[in-house]
Design a protein around this ligand. Structure first.
Ligand SMILES: Nc1ncnc2c1ncn2[C@@H]1O[C@H](COP(=O)(O)OP(=O)(O)O)[C@@H](O)[C@H]1O
Ligand SMILES: [Mg+2]
Length: 284
């Protein structure tokens, strides 16, 4: 089992190394990086290229670790106990009917090896990663209600992503193999764009990339546009049939690019960019 990138996904050499290292160590791969650098997609692509089903757990601020293991649905049990039917009263007797399996449980008891994605772990509260240490380490947990031990049949290939909104606890980090997806350089970005828009004209792409990196490198910009925003913007440029000249003014003066709303997502950044354009026009 070796991950080598895929048709739809451009993986740099060090990213492929990291995926394979995590698999060899049998540790979760913790992937950090700016939003839109392909962290979620990495898990999907690795799973599909290794032929593993992917179980996904998308973390929210309210997600608790226990929900990944199982939840006891006491409310349904109470409701069923108030019904008069024979079926319902049979069902109520067995607590197992009210245990709802979480994603980890499903991953541990799947018949074939699976990949497991714990997406955006930094969204949850600070205790969340610590609460999963033992389960991720030992690949087992105990169900108190039914007194059973759920043990992984096959160790799932675990991906954990973080947008770096919160620091993760040391004890948690120690158990992961870490990889930071650097923001793609222009060459890698060209390859990524090529995957999504194979026929794009070279000149248009070059001009668009220049604008894109100019916007990203704008000093003081609040929210830097990401890969997925570049792809959105290119899609619009193609759909609206924007001519090359609109991106590339003749005497190399910068112009405010068309449809810049795909790249810049707040008014301060747009103003900042307009100011820069204005100043450059006057300096020449
Ligand atoms: N290396 C890559 N190869 C191909 N497409 C990519 C790559 N990185 C990002 N993308 C594009 O950007 C989009 C956002 O990626 P996503 O995995 O959702 O980012 P993240 O989870 O890091 O926020 C993807 O749907 C894909 O279209
Ligand atoms: Mg994501």
């Amino acid at each position: 089992m070796k991950f080598q990138g895929s048709q739809q996904y451009i993986a740099t050499q060090d990213l492929m190394l990291a995926v394979n290292a995590a698999a060899t160590l049998k540790r979760p791969l913790l992937v950090k990086g700016e939003p839109g650098t392909g962290k979620t997609m990495l898990a999907e692509e690795v799973a599909s290229s290794l032929g593993l089903p992917l179980l996904q757990w998308h973390i929210k601020s309210t997600t608790k670790a226990q929900q990944g293991l199982y939840e006891y649905d006491a409310v349904s049990r109470l409701r069923d106990s108030q019904l008069a039917s024979v079926d319902a009263s049979e069902k109520v007797k067995d607590i197992r009917n009210y245990i709802v399996k979480g994603v980890l449980w499903q991953a541990f008891t799947a018949e074939q090896p699976v990949a497991l994605l714990i997406d955006e772990i930094d969204k949850a509260d600070i205790e969340f990663p610590n609460d999963l240490l033992r389960e991720i380490d030992r690949m087992e947990f105990y169900v108190y209600e039914t007194r059973e031990l759920i043990k992984a049949q096959h160790r799932p290939l675990v991906f954990i992503t973080s947008n770096n909104e919160k620091e993760l606890p040391d004890a948690f980090l120690r158990r992961c193999f870490f990889h930071y997806i650097k923001f793609p350089d222009a060459d890698t970005m060209r390859a990524i764009v090529d995957v999504h828009f194979p026929g794009l004209k070279k000149e248009l792409l070059a001009a668009a990339l220049k604008t894109f990196y100019d916007v990203r490198n704008l000093p003081g910009v609040k929210k830097k546009p990401s890969t997925s925003e570049l792809l959105d913007w290119l899609k619009l440029l193609v759909a609206e049939d924007i001519p090359l000249e609109a991106l590339q003014s003749k005497d190399d003066k910068v112009a405010v690019p068309p449809l810049v709303g795909a790249l810049l997502k707040n008014e301060q950044d747009v103003t900042l960019f307009e100011k820069l354009v204005f100043m450059q026009k006057h300096n020449r």
